[in-house]
Design a protein around this ligand. Sequence first.
Ligand code: ZN
Length: 142
Amino acid sequence: MECKTVSIEKRFMGRFPHGSDLLQEINKFLTQENILSGEIRIIGAVSKAVFGYYDSQSKNYIYISKNEHMEILNCVGNISVKDGKPFPHVHIALADKNGKAYGGHLMEGTIIFAAEFVITDYGDNKLERVYDEATGLYLWNI
Ligand code: ZN
């Protein structure tokens, strides 16, 4: 196991605007506040969603789209640095009107109905993402 000790610098609570793209709003906030390390937690609802499943064979994301109103059961992510910029890695779990759950890697195209966030900034404890040959993913360079 490889890890790093981090301390909490700051915590933000807020909500993202109705009708906007969830991943774009997260990116905008991280850039605006210059958060290079930390974590994200969001609950609320979406009017549609796009999320991904990473196919380890082809090393590509398979996109899944749901064009309906759903609850955000849980949306969690971490924040690190990729190509010198804040990079959020976020997963989302959603439920439809029957309580059936779906989820995956959050992609652009997920439209907010309501989204309350808690974002924790770890300040200067940044981790850099670098390409990992074994997985085909950009993983933390610890
Ligand atoms: Zn992911």
